[in-house]
Design a binder for this molecule. Structure first.
Ligand code: GTP
Ligand code: MG
Length: 374
């Protein structure tokens, strides 16, 4: 990536946006929070604020899998892409997901009932082969902001939904910045092409102004005109996602203890803590001992996105698990341990640390209040 929005820089530096805008002002740059800065300018601002900046090199295919160790490199196998759908309000994100799910997931399922697990996978026919694509069910922005703010990276590809009758809007721009900040390739779905007055070419033009140039105009961004209502071109969109995934050479090591990220979690009255885990490396198995954030557990049941009980989940798959002692937070990392005692100790230490820093924060905020009064 070669640029960064002001708000992103603020997020990274844990600084206020105003502080950054002020700094830019003294450099003779009038900026607002969505303004993009080149890396050199971002570096200068960061250094003024006392942060040293390292600009990372481009990652290779294997490095795109989070949580990969050196020993995994000898045992890599390709894994499905994990896709997040993003876009402006009402541009059709939910409809598109539903439509894909209906045509692809519900097919051949008992009763066609799809359990809500925060993620689901679909089969895509691509060049005579069946490939899988995993969609995160969480609204794109929340998935990105909540998780990225905590350093978790779960998405391999972003599908940016832009309504053909409405074009690029503020949250479209925000989504572009998010995906760029995360270094994630973008596939554009120009939605609602069935609608009277829709103008896909105008949308492409607008996207070009925001740095996304369609492939057919010599750029690098695949763009597919679709309709979530009629289902037109959904297969083409899925194929495009598979194609991008192939170029990314996504891989992981299925022959090790699982690691990954909590996608969502809640307390179920009957079942206790329930968490949806995205496996990012290794294979997760029934009976595994895990630590998720500060929570300990032994997996008592695993349920896939079709509501079926399963015994194992390989890289890029998401499953709902039962057996945690407490409810972790979305964005928490999880790890499987061979040694139950060690796992318990780690979980306890983490929750102790969290308790201490909570108390510390509470104490700090009280000090601020008192000095404000005096
Ligand atoms: P938020 O979750 O509120 O951000 O919206 P969203 O992006 O999920 O949009 P949603 O799927 O709720 O769709 C918004 C409206 O657009 C609904 O009334 C849909 O029926 C309509 N809509 C979505 N896709 C299409 C489409 O392809 N064609 C037409 N004609 N209408 C669509
Ligand atoms: Mg929606």
């Amino acid at each position: 990536r070669d640029n960064l929005a002001v708000w992103e820089l603020a997020e990274m530096l844990v600084a206020s946006e105003t502080e950054i805008i002020k700094n830019l002002f003294f450099k003779g740059i009038a900026a607002n929070i969505t303004q993009t800065l080149d890396m050199e300018t971002a570096r200068l601002v960061a250094e003024d604020l006392g942060v040293e900046v390292e600009i990372p090199e481009k990652k290779s295919g294997a490095e795109k899998t989070e949580m990969l160790d050196n020993e995994d490199l000898e045992n890599l196998q390709s894994r499905p892409p994990v896709v997040t759908i993003m876009g402006h309000v009402d541009h059709g994100k939910t409809s598109l997901l539903d439509s894909i799910r209906q045509t692809k997931v519900a097919e051949g399922e008992a009763g066609g009932i799809t359990q809500h697990t925060g993620a689901y996978h679909v089969d895509v026919e691509h060049e005579g082969e069946t490939k899988q694509v995993v969609f995160l069910d969480t609204p794109g922005h929340e998935a990105f902001t909540a998780m990225r703010a905590r350093g978790a990276k779960v998405t391999d590809i972003a599908v940016l939904v832009v309504a053909a009758d409405d074009g690029v809007q503020p949250q479209t721009q925000e989504a572009i910045s998010h995906a760029k900040a995360a270094g994630v390739p973008i596939v554009v779905a120009i939605n609602k092409i069935d609608k009277e007055g829709s103008n896909p070419d105008r949308v492409k033009q607008e996207l070009t102004e925001h740095g996304l140039v369609p492939e057919e105009w010599g750029g690098e961004t695949p763009m597919v005109g679709v309709s979530a209502i009629t289902g037109e071109n959904l297969d083409e969109l899925l194929e495009m996602i598979s194609l991008v995934a192939e170029l990314e050479e996504l891989s992981a090591n299925p022959d090790r203890l699982a690691r990954g990220t909590v996608i969502e979690a809640n307390l179920d009255r009957a079942r206790g803590p329930v968490a949806t885990l995205l496996v990012q490396n290794g294979t997760l198995r029934l009976g595994d001992v895990i630590v998720a954030g500060p929570c300990f557990g032994k997996i008592r049941a695993m349920i896939d996105d079709r509501g079926q009980r399963v015994e194992a989940a390989s890289p890029s798959f998401a499953v709902e698990i039962l057996g945690l002692s407490e409810v972790p937070s979305a964005g928490d990392e999880f790890d499987v341990y061979a040694d139950e005692r060690q796992a318990r100790a780690i979980a306890e230490e983490r929750s102790e640390q969290m308790r201490t820093s909570r108390l510390q924060r509470a104490a700090n905020s009280r000090r601020v209040t008192l000095s404000g009064v005096s």
